[in-house]
Design a protein around this ligand. Structure first.
Ligand code: MN3
Length: 214
């Protein structure tokens, strides 16, 4: 089921949309357990703790919090930015994978990628290069910008495209915890394996959502 981003405080750690071992052999079960049950859980707990005394913010969705950070009281703004970001980014990342990965044969997204990046294979090369270039902890994304064009961008830590006014289509977590247990320091192998479990159907839905296509 596609994420609707309508949840509000208190946020809960919903189960993964597949079994922990479902992405084997590309992404290992132990990494998925730790990533979902420990890393994501911590962001959820910290976000709930930050909002616990701010009843005015408790009916805001994750997206509303991230889109309107400037309206959040200064004393909790950074904590909300990092932890709401951590929740959003992980849910988006987990939701964007599937094994076996559906092949992208047609669709609006494929057409747009080929128009803007010349070919799928050039898009993949550029994606790999960009994901490898992230220094420290962060993400690489495919987003729709305000003019409706696709862009590959990187964001640091738990920053989100939502806060930047960009609409996310694809996300890869390149924090070391996303791959270190299986791939050690070889991020390139992890990126390659991520392509093997990339849920293109979900990406197409995300892309259409960016344009409000129902
Ligand atoms: Mn992570």
């Amino acid at each position: 089921m596609k994420m609707k981003w309508e949840e509000t405080y208190p946020f809960v750690n919903m189960p993964l949309p597949y079994a922990y071992e479902a992405l084997e052999p590309y992404i290992d079960e132990k990494t998925m357990r730790l990533h979902h049950d420990k890393h994501l859980q911590t962001y959820i707990d910290q976000l709930n703790r930050a909002l616990s005394n701010y009843t005015d913010l408790q009916n805001w969705t994750l997206k509303q919090l991230l889109e309107n950070l400037f309206m959040i009281p200064k004393e909790i703004r950074t904590v909300v930015k990092n932890n709401a970001g951590g929740v959003f980014n992980h849910q988006f990342y987990f939701d964007g994978m599937k094994n076996p990965s559906a092949v992208i044969e047609q669709g609006l997204l494929k057409g747009a990628i080929e128009r803007q990046f010349d070919s799928m294979s050039y898009f993949k090369d550029l994606w790999k290069e960009t994901a490898l270039s992230v220094f420290g902890s962060g993400y690489t994304r495919l987003v729709v910008d305000r003019t409706g064009n696709l862009q590959i961008i990187t964001t640091a830590n738990q920053d989100t495209p939502v806060t930047l006014g960009l609409c996310p289509v694809l996300t890869i977590d390149v924090w070391e915890h996303a791959y270190y247990l299986k791939h050690y320091n070889v991020r390139a192998d992890y990126i390659e394996n991520w392509f093997a479990v990339l849920n293109w159907e979900r990406a197409e839905e995300n892309y259409q959502d960016c344009f409000g296509i129902k």
